[in-house]
Each structure stands twice: as C-alpha cells, then as structure tokens.
Write a protein of this length. Structure first.
Lengths: 112, 116
C-alpha cells in the first residue's frame, strides 16, 4: 500500500508559467514533508520542506502548501524555467524523523 | 551544501558474485545512513537504516543476509549485495543525515546494478 502518492507521472508546462506538482499521503502520523528534485544520473537534491505546524512555506520561486485535513501537499514553481525540468519526489516522515517514505515522482518538463 | 559520494555509479556483474557499494559523507558526520532501492518508474523504497557502530535495521521483506550493510565509521557505509541474481538488478541509492530531528537528507548519486 503506497503511503505517499504522486498521481501524475509527468507534467509539461510552458516556460514562465506556474508548475503545480501534487502529492497525497495516507498516514495521518506524517508530520514532516520534503520535496526533492532529481536530474538523470544524479542523486535527489533537497528543494523545500514543510512541517505539519505550517500550511505554507516559501523559498524563492518554490512554495509548498500543506492541507492536513485533505492529506495533500503541493509544490508550486513560479515562474517555471527550463532548468526546472527534472523528476520531483515528495517524501514524508513521522516524528520529524529521517525515515522518509517517498512518492513515485513526477517528471516535470518545462518547455521553452 | 553537504556532499554524499556513492561509488560505483554503475556495475555489471555475473550472477552469483557479490557487489559492494560505498556511500561516504564528505563534509559531515553521518550518524545515520539510509539505503534505498528504486525500480523503474517506482518510488525510492527504503531497504535499511544504519547507525554508526550498530547493526542495521532492515525494512520488512528485505533479506539481511543478502544485503549486508556496514556502517563502521561516521563517514562510510557500505551495502554488499551477496550472491547477486538478475532480480537484484536495480538502482541503489544511499542517503545520509546527522541524525538531527527535522533535518533533510543528502543523497548519493546512486548505483545502477545489472546482474547478468
């Protein structure tokens, strides 16, 4: 049973527009969420995090929104750039721990 | 940012041989390292958690005798796939953290294992 779901395997967005990547989870004990970005042949790199005490966290062009009641989080990238093209994973953990459960990833393509 | 080095990046081996994958934290002390496996188009699946100086904790369904994990120092953890079979072919990736609550992880670049 997949505890962290990313139902869109891929997403294409025009350069300059907003990219919205979605993530749903089933475990109500998750209290810490991260987004990672992964380029081919490289390991995932940390992008942004949010804890369950917040509903929004912003870092430059990246904003993560958390809706605890819906068990849903989303990553907004504004404006999208071609260099943002990568696979994005959301990950969640309990007790702010490091045993993260990962979603399957969404491949974002930003078209020039 | 912190760097985690993983070697080799790619390995091809014959069935029945053992393969060792190294994961090093280059500029911080990693009290905890995690080993994942990823099948094509699937999520990273946690295989085991290793803490420096103690035995690794394996996730359900992961054979500890097949996937030997050693975390002998604060900067090095190794995963040995023993008596590899074609079904062990996969992408293996490590991550490391300093064990602090609420801290993000740093990932190695992964190892693509192909068992012939």
């Amino acid at each position: 049973d997949q505890q962290v779901k990313q139902n869109s395997p891929s997403l294409s967005v025009q350069e300059g527009r907003i990219s919205i990547l979605n993530c749903d989870y089933t475990n109500s004990m998750f209290d810490y969420f991260l987004w990672y970005k992964k380029y081919p042949a490289e390991g995932p790199t940390f992008l942004i995090s949010i804890s369950s005490i917040k509903d929004k966290n912003e870092d430059g062009r990246f904003t993560v929104f958390l809706n605890k009641s819906a068990k849903h989080l989303s990553l907004h990238i504004v404006p999208s750039q071609p260099g943002d093209s990568a696979v994005y994973f959301c990950a969640a953990s309990e007790n702010y721990g490091q045993n993260f459960v990962f979603g399957p990833g969404t491949r974002l393509s930003v078209l020039p | 940012g912190a760097v985690v080095s993983q070697h080799p990046s790619r390995v091809i081996c014959k069935s029945g041989t053992s393969v060792k994958i190294e994961c090093r934290s280059l500029d911080f002390q990693a009290t905890t390292m995690f080993w994942y496996r990823q099948f094509p188009k699937k999520s990273l699946m946690l295989m085991a958690t290793s803490n420096e100086g103690s035995k690794a904790t394996y996730e359900q369904g992961v054979e500890k005798d097949k996937f030997l994990i050693n975390h002998a120092s604060l900067t090095l953890s190794t995963l040995t796939v023993t008596s590899a079979h074609p079904e062990d072919s996969s992408f293996y990736i490590c991550s490391a953290g300093a064990g602090r609550v609420g801290e993000k992880l740093f990932f190695g670049s992964g190892t693509q294992l192909s068992v012939l």
